[in-house]
Write a protein that binds this ligand. Structure first.
Ligand SMILES: [Zn+2]
Length: 354
């Protein structure tokens, strides 16, 4: 019996989305996957500037650390603040003390004359926005940033953009981090990605994926339920599975419990060790997080059968790189009230623009 685990890893996050909570209701209520993107996420990300992004990422990182999550794989988009955006996220995470791997998700959904389209023809040309997004990934990685090459999703990218991202990822020997077949609009992603995907790609969601693709899959059960896109049933595939939140916080014990409940709904023969293994697969990207220590409020966190049925377990202490960053539930290196206050100011600015 132990009350300790290593630091937990969130394998798919959107730190830019932390300030979305409390945003004004969209002009029309989303009725499906594409309208959720149009009415919520593509309106929100277009309004982000450097200051909003910094405090969005800082609050997301602070909440991660206070949940025992010491490492985050982030996927970023801010179409009107591209150059330097990955540095802002990296700085916010460094200031809080969370490890991050980030990327800018390139997309052709913003045309060169500034119009937003909801799908992109495969044979169209790469847009300036996609070129700038890939250039930001290239710059950040060249400067020594920890990250991957990002793509939004196949259905908002031309083949030219998919191929350019593939080449850029090879140049930096990192994978591509991409949403795959999350909803109906992207159900054809498999056919387009099959010739280019490789084992180091991070394939997010794969709910409607119609074939085997090379890469690791990130499962985001709460987000998939929230978006009503269906169950991705990761156990039916042979890919390595990781666990993410898709931006809905980074409380990985909570995501573990939820992932287990959804898995058991699908297959009564399953057990919580399957889901715990998904969490541990995140250490591929952050091997050093295995040395981080989280002391929990519960003395059997090493028993998945007990942990999965015990709610309300929280970190008492968190030690990153040998340094105690959470002591008795409270951060030692930043003032959480200050972070919340600054984030709330930026949320107000952001919401006024929507
Ligand atoms: Zn996502």
């Amino acid at each position: 019996m132990s009350n300790r685990t290593p630091g937990l890893v969130c394998a798919h996050h959107h730190l830019y989305s932390t300030l979305a909570r409390g945003m004004p209701a969209p002009p029309s209520a989303p009725t499906d996957f594409i309208s959720t993107l149009q009415q919520v996420w593509w309106r929100l990300d277009a309004q982000l500037d450097a200051e909003m992004l910094y405090w969005s990422a800082a609050l997301g990182a602070a909440e991660a650390l206070m949940s025992g999550t010491t490492a985050i794989i982030d996927h970023h988009e801010s179409p009107n603040f591209i150059e330097g955006s990955l540095d802002v996220i990296a700085k916010a995470c460094a200031d809080i003390g969370v490890r991050v791997n980030t990327c800018f998700g390139a997309t052709d959904r913003w045309t060169d004359d500034g119009k937003l389209v909801d799908s992109v023809k495969p044979h169209s040309s790469m847009t300036n926005a996609a070129k700038r997004a890939l250039a930001e990934c290239d710059r950040y990685l060249t400067d020594g940033g920890r990250g991957m090459v990002g793509l939004h999703a196949a259905f908002t990218c031309s083949n030219e953009t998919l191929e350019a991202a593939t080449e850029l990822a090879k140049k930096h020997t990192v994978g591509v981090h991409i949403h795959v077949a999350e909803g109906l609009d992207d159900a054809g992603a498999g056919e387009r990605l099959e010739p280019i995907a490789s084992d180091d790609w991070l394939l997010v969601h794969c709910v409607l994926l119609d074939r085997q693709l090379k890469g690791r899959i990130v499962h985001n059960p709460r987000s998939n339920m929230n978006n009503s896109v269906g169950y991705s049933a990761p156990t039916r595939r042979t890919n390595t599975t990781l666990l993410g939140t898709d931006g809905i916080g980074s409380d990985m014990l909570e995501e573990f419990r939820l992932a287990y409940a959804r898995l058991r709904e699908f297959d009564i023969k399953e057990n919580p060790a399957t889901v715990w293994a998904w969490l541990e697969n995140g250490y591929h990207y952050f091997p050093e997080a295995r040395e981080d220590v989280v002391v929990w409020s519960y003395d059997a966190v090493d028993d998945p059968w007990k942990l999965v049925f015990t709610t309300g377990v929280h970190p008492v202490d968190v030690i990153v790189d040998g340094k105690t960053v959470i002591n008795n539930g409270m951060p030692t290196t930043f003032d959480i009230h200050e972070v919340r206050r600054k984030a709330s100011e930026q949320a107000k600015r952001l919401h006024e623009r929507l």
